[in-house]
Write a protein that binds this ligand. Sequence first.
Ligand code: DOR
Ligand code: ZN
Length: 353
Amino acid sequence: MSMTQTLTLRRPDDWHLHLRDGAMLEAVLPETTRHFARAIVMPNLVPPVVTMADATSYKARILAAMPEGARFTPLMTLYLTENTDPDDLTRAYASGLISAVKLYPAGATTNSASGVADFDKVRAVLERMAEIGCPLCVHGEVTDREIDIFDREAVFIDRVLDPIRKSTPELKVVMEHITTKNGADYVKANAERLGATITVQHLMLDRNDMLVGGMRPHYYCLPILKRREHREALLAAATSGDARFFLGTDSAPHPSHAKEAECCAAGCFTAPVALACLAHSFEEAGALDKLEGFTSLHGPAFYGLPANEETITLTKSDTPAHFPKQIPNGDDPITVFDPGTPVFWAVSNSSSL
Ligand code: DOR
Ligand code: ZN
C-alpha cells in the first residue's frame, strides 16, 4: 500500500543565499527560483558588491539569468568595508535596491578579505544604518589565530556583537547562520531588533557527521559544524515557533573539485534539497506545524515585508526521495548536499514552476 502525506506552505524565502556570478550563477539560480520567492543575496563576490553601483549591476545580472517564467525577487545586500560611504549606502537602501548590509570580519570565510578588521572604523556607518532602519547581517566569527575554530562564534558574541548592539541599540541585526547554543541563547535573551538565520546543515548534522570515519568535505562550511548539543539547541530554536529564528540556507556552491581538494572550500550547496530536508527534520522533531513559520513567515516579518501569497506543496512518500547528486556547471559540476539519511519528503508542486 502506498502511503502519502502532503504539506502545503506559503511559498518560502531564503534569508541567506550565495548566488555567485557568471556561469555558476546561471547554474544555481534555477535551484532557488524553483522553490523560493525571494532571497537575501550575499555580496561576497570577487571583487565584492560594495557600492550602490555594484549592487545595481549584480542585480541586473541575476535578473538576466532568471529561468523562463520564474517569479523570484533577489533582495540585494552591500558588503561592508572600512571605506563604505554612508551616503551611498543610504541611497541604495532608500531606493529599495538593497535590503541589508553584510558584515564579514576580515578573513572569516570565502572571499572575506575586504571585510572589517577594525570595528571602530565602521561605527559611523552602523549609526547611519540604525537611523535609516537598514538591517545588518552579521557573519559572527572572530578570526584571531588564538581562538579555536569551534569557539569563534561564542567569542564573537561577547567581544564584538554585544558591544556593537550596546553602543548602537537601534541597529537591527541578523545573526547569520547561527551554529551554537550560545547563539540561540543570545537571541532569546535579547528581544529587541535581533533575529537569526539557521541553515539546513546545522539543523541536521553535527561535527561527528563531518569527521568520524573519514572527513566529508561536502559537510565543511563556515561557521563549522559544532558538537551535538549545539545542533539540538538550534533544532529546538527553529521548531519552537519563536519568530526571531528563520531560514537562511547559506547555500554556497563551489565546484566539486574545489570541495574534494587538499584545502577544501567552505560551503554546502543545499538549495535543491533544503525544503525536503527541513520537512524531514521538523517532522522528526514533532514540529511539522512550525515549518511554515520558519520558512515563510518569520523572515518577512523581521524584514518588514509581506508574506508570500503563493504556496508550495511537499509530499511524503513511503520510499526515499531521489535527489540529483550533482548539478551541471560547465566542466565543473556542483555536488548537492546529501544529509546522509533517507529523506521521504520532496517538493511536489510549486506554484511558480
Ligand atoms: O561555508 C561558507 N561558505 N560560509 C560562508 O560564510 C561563505 C560561504 C561561501 O561563500 O562559500
Ligand atoms: Zn553565507
